[in-house]
Design a protein around this ligand. Structure first.
Ligand code: 5GP
Ligand code: ZN
Length: 112
């Protein structure tokens, strides 16, 4: 999608701090981190939300990439949260499916 922020990051048109990449996914640091580790994992293909991600057969790839990010960031043992926001009430702002990987500190029950 030509006007999608995350598609532009995949295309290299907007810079991002990439922490993990493979054939189907890209992971980069959130520009406004909510935790010491706050990485966004996206499918390179544009799909709208977590349901579309599953329908496209890419949910497995994103979750495996989230685990790889956690390992690289050294938080596999200490723990981390993987969050998908959907819709206005969840505070969704970017409509290219993405998993938030949050960790590096004790996380409160407040999500996201
Ligand atoms: P959402 O609220 O849609 O689940 O999450 C979108 C996330 O994208 C937010 O946490 C926001 O900080 C992050 N974000 C928005 N614009 C950019 C950007 O240009 N670069 C990066 N790295 N993150 C962004
Ligand atoms: Zn997109």
């Amino acid at each position: 999608m030509s006007d999608c922020l995350f598609c532009k990051i995949v295309a290299g048109e907007i810079p991002a701090t990439v922490v993990h990449e493979n054939a189907t996914t890209l992971a980069f640091r959130d520009i406004n981190p909510h935790a010491p580790v706050h990485v966004l994992v996206i499918p390179k293909e544009h799909v709208e939300d977590s349901a579309a991600l599953a329908e496209a057969g890419l949910a497995n790839d994103v979750l495996l990439a989230a685990a790889a990010v956690a390992a690289k960031e050294g938080i596999s043992e200490s723990g981390y949260r993987v969050t998908f926001n959907t819709g206005e009430d969840a505070g969704r702002t970017v409509f290219h499916a993405h998993a938030h990987v949050l960790g590096g500190t004790g996380l409160s029950l407040r999500l996201g």
